[in-house]
Design a protein around this ligand. Structure first.
Ligand code: ADE
Length: 363
């Protein structure tokens, strides 16, 4: 355990200074308009794994269409996924929807006020629970995400991998000790904000940092070395061949394929018929079309490939185009205009495959 490096009066001045800075400079973000737990919750879920700038348009659209927990609970999942389409990590949307149903069915439509009850909701872990409860209800729970961890590690000049369980626990303890500060939601957001706008990963802006005088990494000239770079898991190369089957009216077929790859890549949404391939993508895709859709002898034209990174996978998408007289009508398939794929929920991988059509020479 790192020894507490601030005496109680020092900690007080540090907290006072950071909160003053936050109140003066905090960004005018839409989830800060009020403390409605639903608005805070949706924001915190969208902000996991996604940058603020990318979240903003989705957030506004989502809340316009589903302004409260009751409207989310009664919306069809297809609509929720459509509103999420493009943000990625779709299990977040599915869990949000399931949790909203639970809140309406069992909690009188009110977001819970205690940590234990909150953690029972699907998709809500320690971070989301602490963020929502502290911001919406002033519950003194310290948040720890990547930004906050970096800030705390630099302040303490903590060496080594922050994600190692022992260090992460230590950081969580510090976050919890320091949140005893009024109001806890502002305190948590001040740490996040500092991490996002000043104490950034590559080139922190220490010269304008409000709390540099309390920062050990700054004092020791170690800000570029802390946090230690994450050791990345080797990414596994995967090749997915996908077929854009087009009829004379410019329509195509999308499927819901419960195959192994679709969980991550297509997120159980509508997708082009696709299969993981090894040596001979064209032949393997032909076989897939024959066995799953009963389509024999298609002339598959290769389109430009696209890269797609999903967590630790390094995916190459190999799109093919085939003209086809009659698209098959089968369960768990949709026939729709290629121009209009966004009528149904699709993932970014599916968008990339469709985009290969416009990148291809005349076809
Ligand atoms: N990142 C995650 N949650 C945030 C919040 N409430 N404010 C600013 N950045 C965030």
């Amino acid at each position: 355990m790192t020894a507490p490096f601030l005496s109680p009066p020092q900690l007080k001045s540090f907290q006072k200074r950071l909160l003053e800075w936050f109140r003066a400079y905090k960004r005018d973000l839409p989830w800060r308009a009020n403390r409605d737990p639903y608005r805070v919750w949706v924001a915190e879920v969208m902000l996991q794994q996604t940058r603020i700038a990318a979240v903003l348009p989705y957030y506004e659209r989502f809340l316009k269409r589903l302004p409260d927990v009751a409207s989310l609970a009664s919306a069809p999942i297809a609509e929720v996924l459509k509103l999420w389409s493009g943000l990625g990590y779709y299990s977040r949307a599915r869990n949000l929807h399931r949790a909203a149903k639970e809140i309406v069915a069992h909690r009188n439509g009110k977001f819970p006020r205690t940590l234990d009850e909150t953690l029972e909701l699907p998709g809500i872990g320690a971070y989301t629970a602490a963020a929502v409860l502290s911001i919406a209800y002033d519950v003194p729970l310290g948040v720890l995400d990547g930004n906050v961890a970096r800030v705390l590690a630099r302040l303490h000049a903590m060496r080594g991998q922050l994600r190692e369980p022992r260090r992460w626990r230590e950081l969580a303890n510090i976050a919890q000790e320091w949140v005893a500060c009024d109001p806890p939601g502002d305190w948590n957001q001040a740490l996040m904000e500092l991490g996002e706008v000043i104490c950034t990963p590559q080139i922190p802006r220490c010269e304008i940092c409000p709390v540099s005088k309390w920062c050990r990494a700054y004092k020791l000239g170690l800000t570029a070395k802390i946090p230690a770079p994450r050791v990345k898991r080797a990414s596994k190369p995967v090749k997915i061949a996908a077929a854009i089957l087009r009829d004379r009216r410019g329509r195509t077929i999308l499927v819901k394929d419960p195959g192994a790859h679709d969980q991550v890549l297509f997120s159980r949404m509508w997708q082009f018929p696709a299969v993981e391939v090894a040596r001979d993508p064209r032949a393997e895709l032909e076989k897939h079309l024959r066995t799953t859709l009963g389509i024999a002898s298609v002339d598959l034209q290769e389109l430009p490939s696209a890269r797609h990174g999903v967590t630790f996978r390094n995916i190459t998408l190999l799109p093919f185009l085939a003209h086809i007289g009659q698209l098959p009508k089968l369960p768990r398939t949709r026939i729709l205009s290629l121009e209009n794929l966004s009528q149904v929920p699709i993932s970014n991988a599916t968008r990339k495959i469709a985009a290969a059509l416009s990148r291809a020479p005349a076809h």
